[in-house]
Write a protein that binds this ligand. Structure first.
Ligand code: TPP
Length: 324
């Protein structure tokens, strides 16, 4: 873990707090799903928290963020209120998409969080459109677009890379490479080899690879990528190496993965790793971090109470927000 810039104690501790919030929030989501409080699909981000937190810490409020269906971590790291996020999962009217989107469709335009998308790769052209709009309007925004390794094999990946490069758009394509798309390992689905970030070369998009289990490494890599795009140099392709600790969705018993592989990645769990870093460098004490854990637990419990007590959308809401 390298620290090339001088971050304050408050900033560093807040990275820990945010990662823990995402982890606890989702652990409780899994329980709420088993209780039938959350229905439909539920894809957990557990194991990948350092990416959302490291990346968002490097962005400005005016930057756009677009993502995939594993979107709770990105939304919380972008500042979405956990109460509003949990209410969306419960299908309640107080949710960020008024209970109509559910787990895969978190939106918060007030934070320029332009959505989670359920179609693999579907968010890539949306990101290119947003970046094209900012360029045409002369706005100094960068669009960050998250996607998984499964999206590499979609035509939209190539269309998006091609146009973003030709038009020199201010977009950072952020690949969260957790090695699996549902039950398939990347070696069985992608012909380009393991150094996926090199896929940008064909489109003359500069690229880098970072450690997705290290919040500070992700932050530094994102700062560089975003700066490149903000200066008008066109797109950047960033690949973060990571692992999802749970199944693809709640319905997945993960029978296709080697237990030794899982254990090897769990040793690198971004949260205990960063906790050790904070303690060993005397940035925080165990008492302070325990107090943060207590506050985070309270915040998540409060979110559940809020979601439970919130009303369902009225039946008439079925006819709202329809474009035809
Ligand atoms: C166009 C399309 N094809 C198939 C699916 C079904 N599907 C949902 S998630 C998924 C795997 C995607 O894996 P990846 O992009 O690596 O993301 P991860 O789940 O690993 O975060 C597939 C095939 C879909 N949603 N959209």
């Amino acid at each position: 873990m390298q620290l090339q810039e001088r971050l304050t104690k408050t900033e560093l501790v807040s990275f820990y707090r945010q990662m823990l919030l995402i982890r606890r929030f989702e652990e409780r989501c899994a329980e709420m799903y088993m209780l039938g409080k959350i229905r439909g699909f539920l894809h957990l981000y557990i194991g990948e928290e350092a990416i959302a937190v490291g990346c968002m810490s490097a962005l400005r409020p005016e930057d756009y963020v677009v993502t995939h269906y594993r979107d709770h971590g990105h939304a919380l790291a972008r500042g979405m209120d956990p109460k509003v996020a949990m209410a969306e999962l419960f299908g309640k009217v107080t949710g960020c998409s008024r209970g109509k989107g559910g787990s895969m469709h978190f939106f918060d335009a007030s934070r320029n969080f332009m959505g989670g998308y359920a179609i693999v790769g579907g968010q890539l052209p949306v990101a290119v459109g947003l970046a094209l709009a900012s360029k045409m309007k002369g706005e100094p925004r960068v669009t960050v677009c998250f996607f998984g390794d499964g999206a590499l094999n979609q035509g939209e990946f190539h269309e998006a890379f091609n146009l973003a490069s030709l038009w020199k758009l201010p977009v950072v394509f952020f690949l969260e490479n957790n090695l699996y798309g549902m039950g398939s390992h990347i070696d069985r689905t992608y012909a380009g080899g393991r150094d996926v970030f090199k896929a940008g070369e064909h489109y003359r998009i500069p690229a880098a690879q970072t450690d997705g289990m290290d919040v500070l490494a992700v932050r530094e890599a994102t700062l560089r990528a975003v700066e490149h795009a903000r200066q008008g140099n066109g797109p950047f392709f960033l690949e973060a190496l990571t692992y999802r600790f749970r199944g693809h969705s709640m319905a997945d018993p993960v029978e296709y993965r080697d237990r030794a592989e899982e254990e090897a990645w769990k040793v690198r769990d971004p949260i205990p790793t960063f906790q050790r870093y904070l303690l060993e460098n005397a940035i925080a004490t165990l008492t302070e971090l325990s107090e943060i854990a207590r506050q985070v637990n309270d915040e998540v419990e409060e979110a559940i109470r809020f979601a439970d007590a919130s009303p369902e959308p009225p039946p008439e809401a079925l006819y709202e927000d329809i474009y035809a």
